[in-house]
Design a protein around this ligand. Structure first.
Ligand code: SF4
Length: 109
């Protein structure tokens, strides 16, 4: 199952890390939640494939280390989500549907 596209209503904002909002629940290192709002990455699904980092035309994503997470020990963080041009390439290339992009979400939360 991929990222919940309605996470902003189904989850709570539990703070900020690596320059983006964290949507809980979290219980590190095993449970890390969803990261970002306009460009959202479910860290608990991300397996560090890296296609989003390679394909994003405006370099929204950075690697962050997540030692001890069961899926992967690094994650694609949407650090520069405000640069996103909504091309949806990252959504299309992610092999596990860990990414959801919605430019309207910022105004709803
Ligand atoms: S939608 Fe396009 S511009 Fe936005 S983060 Fe994904 S690949 Fe980058």
């Amino acid at each position: 199952m991929g990222i919940d596209p309605n996470f902003e209503t189904n989850r709570e904002d539990v703070g900020e890390e690596h320059e983006v909002t964290v949507w809980g629940p979290t219980d590190p290192p095993e449970e890390l939640g969803i990261r970002g709002t306009h460009v959202a990455v479910d860290f608990d699904i991300c397996l560090a494939d890296g296609a989003c980092l390679e394909d994003c035309p405006v370099d929204v994503f950075d690697w962050v280390d997540t030692p001890g997470h069961p899926e992967s020990e690094r994650k694609a963080n949407p650090t520069d989500e405000e640069q996103c041009i909504d091309c949806m390439l990252c959504v299309d290339v992610c092999p596990v549907d860990a990414i959801d992009v919605d430019p309207g979400r910022e105004n709803r939360v």
